[in-house]
Design a protein. Structure first.
Length: 159
């Protein structure tokens, strides 16, 4: 029976049941808000760290994170034939390690392409193997440009 039918239950029993139900509901709402708040704080701290530090890569104990390792593999497969191994440059294209543009400019150049004199780089905006992973490539090149990562295949940290 619902708490409205006071005639079958004493008023004190109805109020006690209502207080218990309200207390449980408040506990659930509090727990849910604490979980949501914690998740927001974690996500905010993660985004804030990346933005504040301006680094797309993480290297711990000489091992790179998955994003940077993936960027290395993409770079070697799609970029190194023009920009040289490890971003060191070639006769076809500039070294990226010495002159890495800011992240937004890098995204724009890789997506839309660029021409400079006789040198022309096509855009990769339509390439499903590159376009979604431009930041991974940038993470690898940024680590190289900062001197945080040497030449050659990096060691990937365990997941």
């Amino acid at each position: 029976m619902s708490p409205i039918h006071v005639e079958t239950k004493g008023w004190s029993q109805c109020s006690a049941a209502r207080r218990i139900a309200t207390s449980r509901l408040l506990k659930q709402v509090f727990l849910l808000s604490a979980i949501v708040s914690s998740l927001g704080a974690i996500a905010g701290a993660s985004a804030q760290t990346e933005t504040t530090a301006g680094k797309f890569y993480r290297i711990t104990g000489g091992k790179v994170d998955a994003r940077t390792y993936h960027g290395y593999r993409l770079y070697q497969g799609s970029c190194s034939h023009c920009h040289g191994p490890d971003g060191m440059g070639s006769t076809f294209a500039t070294p990226l390690v010495d002159h890495l543009p800011e992240a937004d400019a890098f995204r724009r150049i890789v997506s839309g392409g660029q021409s400079s004199g006789t040198s022309v780089m096509k855009g990769f905006a339509e390439d499903p193997n590159i376009a979604p992973y431009i930041d991974d490539i940038y993470a690898y090149l940024q680590a190289r440009a900062d001197g945080a990562l040497g030449r050659g295949r990096p060691i990937k940290s365990a997941p």
